[in-house]
Design a protein around this ligand. Structure first.
Ligand code: SF4
Length: 102
């Protein structure tokens, strides 16, 4: 199996929770919330970016995040992900990847 899951529709989801995890590229995320809306497992929360995530970003990404209200998508319920791929498809910024967990 590859280290990434192929996006599909939720009805075809065959993975038990915990095998894959969505990884959000904070340099691309614009906090539009599509991931939060489409995820059937309530994995995402769009909220204020943590200082530890904000500090290492380049100035252009910092500016972009400020324009978007200092918010990005986090995955507080990551263990519930069933790798349906809906978030990957829904994100208009292509900011989410599904990665196989160890
Ligand atoms: S692949 Fe995305 S939409 Fe599907 S369960 Fe995992 S986090 Fe939610």
């Amino acid at each position: 199996m590859n280290d990434t899951a192929t996006p599909t529709d939720a009805s075809e989801c065959k993975h038990p929770p915990g095998m894959f995890a969505p990884v959000v590229n904070l340099s691309r995320c614009e906090a539009k919330g599509d991931c939060e809306r489409v995820c059937p497992e309530s994995v995402f929360e769009v909220r204020r970016i943590d200082e530890t995530d904000y500090a290492p970003l380049g100035w252009l990404n910092k500016l972009k995040i400020r324009v978007h209200g200092m918010k990005v998508a986090y995955t507080p319920n990551v263990d519930a992900c069933r790798a349906c791929g809906l978030c990957v498809t829904a994100c208009p910024e292509k900011a989410i990847k599904l990665v196989k967990r160890d």
